[in-house]
Design a protein around this ligand. Structure first.
Ligand code: ATP
Ligand code: MG
Length: 393
């Protein structure tokens, strides 16, 4: 076992966060420890500019796979830790050279500890001389076969060659919580992922209209959320019984206004639930121009019934770009399973693309939607979806 092997985690965007930085790092460390809780022998060193994870014999690739999905991590390097001592640094550099495949090399050095007696250039020169004496290698500063990085820090020295990209963004929970409208289509899980990457924790709300929508939709949502548990290990799914509201809309309002009115009802319910659950915003998968209810006029007429902040991460995305993200995060194949959503089931032949606010309010006054909404909210069902929760599927 190599007992000086660590993964070094770098934060990236956190660097711009000034005085909040310490809280962010502690939150990130907590999220990392939580995601890696099955690896009980890992040891953590949480410092101001990096987090070090001592591998203690675990395979680094497995741990790396988990780290790559944790928001707030910019880069991850596999590092060898040693004393701030030239002989030790030298031994590690020599051990990294692969005599069969490496014909050229390059050394890079950063000296954060200014009390270390040698400058970066001197460290590079001394170690390069040793490598050249020991092996038949040449220096190539442009395209080296082996690129070695040495960092002399206050607490120790680190030597590494492999660095991997992290997910970027901010640690989950650092931006508070939002309520995401989850439909089971392609867009809303992508919107959810993008928000989580920004550090926002998510509760999900789904409007279910049985028997118009099948119970299969709910299983589809469980499957989607199990995939997204990778980024947030506990997700609340709030299921709102929406059938009576939908029936009332179709009984009392013209077909061409149905979608607008239905979405206004969804927004009203979402606002109340988001207040109850202390969410700071409502999030959905709307994308400008995608369908009739997503023209700017429609969106305005729908949005005006609430005062809560609504975030639409996909507002300006093309569908093809949304699909690529869905494929990358592995929600796409689940999203395209053919189950009807309450939006699609009653899609009118000619929905209004520019519904007027006064007209919509007039049609809404034809039925007592307030008590229907109260009733729906009283009858919500809340499910906690976790990655250990296989009995839900
Ligand atoms: P998606 O947008 O998720 O691919 P979609 O395109 O079928 O599904 P739209 O009709 O475009 O859905 O609805 C826009 C957004 O409204 C969805 O992204 C989702 O956030 C929200 N939404 C639609 N239907 C529901 C529902 N039944 N429950 C919760 N949210 C919904
Ligand atoms: Mg959509």
């Amino acid at each position: 076992m190599n007992d000086n092997l660590y993964l070094m985690v770098r934060f990236g965007e956190l660097n711009t966060k000034g005085k909040n930085k310490k809280d962010f790092i502690l939150l990130l460390a907590k999220n990392i420890k939580n995601s890696l809780k099955d690896y009980q022998y890992l040891e953590y060193d949480v410092l101001y500019d990096h987090i070090y994870i001592k591998l203690n014999g675990y395979n680094y690739e497995e741990i790396l796979d988990t780290l790559k999905d944790i928001s707030g991590i910019k880069k991850i390097s596999l590092v060898y830790k040693c004393e701030k001592n030239l002989d030790e640094i030298n031994n590690i550099c020599l051990s990294l050279i692969d005599q069969t495949n490496d014909k050229t090399f390059k050394l890079n050095c950063k000296r954060a500890d200014k009390s270390f007696p040698l400058h970066s250039d001197e460290i590079i020169r001394k170690i390069a001389t040793n490598i050249l004496k020991t092996y038949h290698l040449k220096v190539d500063v442009h395209h080296p076969d082996k690129n070695i990085f040495i960092e002399v820090r206050n607490e120790a020295c680190y030597v590494f060659e492999k660095t991997f990209e992290g997910a970027g963004g901010y640690p989950l929970g650092s931006g508070g919580k939002a309520l995401l409208m989850l439909s089971g289509g392609i867009d809303s899980p992508v919107a959810m992922y993008l928000m989580m990457k920004r550090g926002i924790k998510i509760d999900c709300i789904h409007f279910a209209s049985p028997p118009y929508t099948q119970v299969g939709v709910i299983y589809k949502l469980y499957d989607l959320l199990h995939v997204l548990n990778k980024y947030q290990d506990k997700i609340n799914l709030i299921i709102v019984p929406f059938t009576k509201i939908q029936d009332a809309i179709y009984n009392f309002c013209p077909e061409s206004y149905a979608i607008t009115i239905m979405r206004r009802m969804m927004y009203r319910i979402s606002e109340q639930i988001s207040k109850q659950r202390k969410c700071l915003a409502i999030v959905n998968g709307e994308s400008i121009g995608q369908v009739a209810s997503q023209t700017l006029v429609s969106m305005q007429t729908i949005n005006e019934v609430i005062n809560t902040l609504v975030i639409r991460p996909l507002a300006v995305f093309d569908k093809t770009d949304i699909i690529s993200i869905a494929q990358k995060i592995k929600t796409y194949d689940i999203s395209i399973r053919p189950f009807e959503d309450c939006c699609t089931i009653f899609t009118p032949k000619s929905p209004k693309t520019a519904p007027k606010s006064e007209d919509v309010s007039y049609y809404e006054s034809k039925f007592d939607w307030k008590s229907l909404i109260d009733d729906a909210i009283k009858n919500i069902e809340v499910k906690l979806i976790t990655n250990k929760d296989d009995d839900l599927i």
